[in-house]
Every structure is written in C-alpha cells, then in structure tokens.
Design a binder for this molecule. Structure first.
Ligand code: ATP
Length: 327
C-alpha cells in the first residue's frame, strides 16, 4: 500500500458533541504533515454522491465549541451495497485519496471495515463518536461526557420541581442498548433508582425502594429509565403508580436535546487527541483500526476486535455504590 498522502474525513451515524474538535484536529494534523485533506459531507452518502471538498486550516476555525458536525451526518443505505461502495471508491480514487478517517459508531466502523477489505488501497481509521459509550477499544466515546452533563442539568431542574410538589418523576434518557448515560447521570444527581438495560430491575424491587424512600421522609423521587429498558418510562410509571399512592407521578422523555450543545472540556480534548492520533496512525501505515482512550493514553485497536468487543462499561462497583448512597 502506498504511503498515505491525501486524507478524507467524514462523520456518520448519530451526531455527537466533540465531532467538530475531532474534524479540526484531523485537518490541522494532516496539513502540518504536508498531507492534503478533504471533508466529505453527509457521511458515506457524500462519498457516493461526490460531495467532497478541499479543507484548509481556516475551514475549521472557530468550531471547537460547536455541537453537531460541520460535515453533517447521515445514515446511508446505498453504502451497504456493492454498487454504492464501488461508486465511493471511484470518487476517492479520482481525487487521489488514499486515507479515510471515519468518525461514528459501530455501524460506521462496520461499513469502513467492509470497504477497506474490499479496497485495501484505501487505509481507514475510525474515531469512536457516539453519545452512547457502547464501543469496545475505548473507555469513552466522543459525546458521552457532554450528553451526560446535559442530562444532569435537566435532572437538577426536574429535582427542584419534583421536590416542591412531592412528586415522583420517571425520566427516560438516551443510550440505545447501553445504560452508561443513565448510570452516570443517576450517580451525579442522586436518583432514587436507575433502570438499566444490562441488569433489569424488577418492578416489585423498584416499588419496595420507593416505599423505603417515603418511609425515610424523602420529599421527591427520581427514577431514571435508560431507553434500552424494554418496558419504557411510561409503562414503568403506570405499573408503579398503582402501588405508590404517596407521590404524584410524572414522566419526562428528555429526547434529542441530549445530543446537542457545546462539547464539554473533556469532549473537546478527547476529540482533539483522537483526531490527532488518527492521522498519525495513518501516517504510520496503520489501517482498519480505531483510536481509543484507554486509561489516559490513546491507543489503536483493530476494528474487527473493537466491533466484537462491543462491551458495556457498567461497573458493578458503581451499581453497589448507588444502592448505598441514593436511598
Ligand atoms: P450511532 O451509534 O450513533 O447510531 P452508527 O455509526 O452505529 O452511529 P449507523 O446508522 O448504524 O450509525 O451506521 C452509520 C452508517 O454506516 C450507515 O448509515 C451505513 O451507511 C454504514 N453502515 C452500517 N452498517 C454497514 C454495513 N454492514 N455495511 C456497509 N455500511 C454500513
């Protein structure tokens, strides 16, 4: 494989705060190393539609504080087909692009791996960008910290009104099949219960806990329901309401606000480090890998391995702590 000389960068799948700092780092690291760099709009769709443009240091000025992604993102069905991949390859080849940085989640990485196996002359490097924190090979994904902080801010406000009215709130938070946001937000706000997809809490156990809280003279209670809990916040609330008469019960689904907002310091730094590392890994001849944060170091992991790990980062010790601190 030729040494990488021209890099394309794209964001794909769900957007996550921190993608922009990462794009900035990719562009500036590439230029510093005398590589050409282009941006691709709308993820893999832009590769297929040739929606690709040259980037300079100035194309990424003043974007560190922006949520979303300046390159836009999309879910692209065509890239799953052989014809779609061929079109994408041809567009890259015509422009002399031989390195690709993809910022996204496991779907994005699956596509990148398939593409690079089919066309190994294009080196690919993944950057984990998803608020869900559900990828192997990294302790944290880009956007997770910002999303968790957004949830905390909302929960603090809900606690004020819950307390004023002696209410029981069920709050549904994002995270797909992972309960990472729910657990961290629950620890940070003293939620009375956290329902996680990885470990289903029986309704009876939940009711018992809420009754104990009332006995302990709690004036409000908050139950966080991770979106991956199959029962959903409304159904859980309904089941509990029948048994718990001492609280007025309310449900709030936080929804897409959790994806937006200016990235936290953590996500700005993580995005910068990961973008910087992704370009350096390509320069060093690495391909079909992702960069990740392990401990406080950036390391690369083969995409194949990272996709198989798809681990959940729920620490049992944190769950145990919640049981003691939040009752
Ligand atoms: P998030 O975790 O935020 O949802 P994601 O990267 O997992 O992000 P997906 O929609 O699953 O989001 O995947 C992003 C894109 O990756 C898809 O729209 C598609 O273009 C591409 N992709 C996913 N799976 C494949 C596959 N098996 N083959 C080729 N391309 C794929």
């Amino acid at each position: 494989m030729d040494k990488v000389s021209k890099i394309a960068v794209l964001t794909s799948g769900g957007d996550a705060p921190g993608m922009n700092p990462c794009i900035r780092a990719v562009v500036r690291t590439a230029i510093y190393n005398n590589l050409e760099v282009v941006g691709v709009k709308q993820g893999y769709q832009g590769l297929i539609d040739n929606d690709i443009y040259d980037m300079s240091r100035r194309s990424v000025s003043n974007i560190l504080d922006l949520g979303g992604t300046i390159l836009k993102t999309a879910r692209c069905l065509d890239f799953r087909t052989e014809e779609g991949m061929e079109k994408a390859y041809k567009n890259l080849q015509d422009r002399g692009i031989n390195g690709l940085v993809v910022i996204g989640g496991d779907g994005t990485f699956t596509g990148a791996l398939r593409f690079s196996k089919k066309y190994p002359d294009i080196a690919v490097m993944g950057v984990p960008g998803t608020i869900d924190n559900d990828l192997g090979g990294t302790d944290y994904t880009l956007g997770f910290d910002t999303a968790t902080n957004t949830v905390i801010e909302a929960l603090d406000k809900i606690r004020d009104t819950a307390d004023a009215h002696d209410r029981l709130f069920f709050i549904e938070v994002m995270g797909r099949d992972a309960g990472c946001i729910a657990l961290r937000a629950g620890i940070s706000t003293g939620a009375e219960a956290i329902l996680l997809p990885e470990k289903e809490t029986a309704i009876e156990e939940l009711i018992e806990g809420l009754k104990a809280g009332e006995y302990n003279k709690k004036s409000s209670s908050i139950v966080i329901v991770a979106e991956g809990d199959k029962r959903g916040a409304y159904d859980v609330a309904q089941m509990v309401q029948k048994e718990v008469k001492f609280y007025d019960v309310k449900v709030t689904i936080l929804g897409h606000m959790q994806r937006g907002g200016s990235p936290t310091a953590f996500d700005r730094i993580l995005g910068s480090r990961m973008g910087f590392a992704a370009v350096n890994a390509l320069i060093n001849g690495e391909t079909q890998k992702m960069v990740g944060l392990r401990g406080n170091s950036i390391a690369t992991t083969p995409l194949e391995e990272a996709l198989n790990m798809h681990e959940f980062k729920l620490e049992d010790d944190l769950m145990e702590m919640v049981k003691i601190l939040n009752i």
